[in-house]
Design a protein. Structure first.
Length: 135
């Protein structure tokens, strides 16, 4: 992938120092990074994280509606909604780990907009919910 804007490099750096799970996507929705704290939720090791196109990461990190159990559409995924709508998004969802276990998760996603209104990507901060996912 092309060289990242400095703002995304700095966001990635910040995320790498935090103990809060963070997932970072670029302007086309491509996965750029998730931090070490995210590996416990995602079920993938931090050192296995690679940049993935949108179509690939939504297959590898399946998300589901907490009430219906149906897969989330691209338009419903919080980090992609924040990117598209340029507004913060908060919600509950189910994430299916590689083992097949579905984990209730709360996610807050924010758009990353640079100077001059340039859309850089979006970041999702998320955490597992014990006893159910209530937003």
């Amino acid at each position: 992938m092309a060289q990242l804007p400095v703002e995304l490099i700095l966001m990635r750096q910040l995320a790498s120092y935090l103990a809060t799970p963070i997932f970072l996507v670029g302007p086309e929705g491509e996965l750029l990074f998730y931090n070490e704290a995210a590996e416990g939720v995602l079920g993938y090791r931090f050192d296995e994280a690679v940049e993935l196109p949108l179509a690939q990461w939504i297959r590898e990190f399946p998300l589901f509606n907490t009430e219906s159990g149906e897969p989330l559409s691209v338009d419903e995924i919080p980090v992609l909604r924040a990117l598209r709508e340029r507004d913060p998004v908060h919600g509950s969802l189910l994430y299916e780990r590689p083992s097949g276990e579905r984990v209730p998760v709360l996610a807050t996603a924010i758009p990353l907009v640079g100077q001059g209104g340039r859309v850089l990507g979006a970041a999702a901060i998320f955490w597992p919910v014990s006893g159910g996912a209530n937003a």
